[in-house]
Write a protein that binds this ligand. Sequence first.
Ligand SMILES: [Zn+2]
Ligand SMILES: [Zn+2]
Length: 130
Amino acid sequence: MSNRRKPGARNVYRSEFLSSPAWHARRARWFRKQERLGRPLACTGCGVLATRDQLELHHLDYSGVRFAGGTWRAFERHVDLVPLHPYCHGLLHQIIEHDRVLAHHRGRRVASAIALNVLRNKLIRPQETA
Ligand SMILES: [Zn+2]
Ligand SMILES: [Zn+2]
C-alpha cells in the first residue's frame, strides 16, 4: 500500500475518479451537508475560515470509491473527507510523501491524521489554539 500521490496504478484510478461526475456530485453533497450541520467552513490545516470554492477535500479513506460498469461511484463517509486549502492540501501530501513511514507503512487514515497534526502545529499560531 502506498499513500503517495503520483506513481502507481492505484493513483491513476484516483486521479480519474477525482475528475469524474461522481466525485463532483459527492463534493457538492459534502458542502451541503456541512452547511446543514451548521458547521463553519474552515481549512483543517491552517484553521482559517474559507468558502467552498477555496477548499479541496482530502480523502482519509478511499474505500467508499467504486468503479463498476464503467462508472465511478462515490460513497465516502462525510467524516472521511477533510476540507483544506489547495496550498495546505499540497503541504499535507508533501509531509506524507517525504516520510517513508507515513508514505509506505501506515494506513492512509493514520498517515493523514499524523500529517494533519504536523501541519496544524506549523500553520496555526499559538494564540489561536489557546
Ligand atoms: Zn489552509
Ligand atoms: Zn489529499
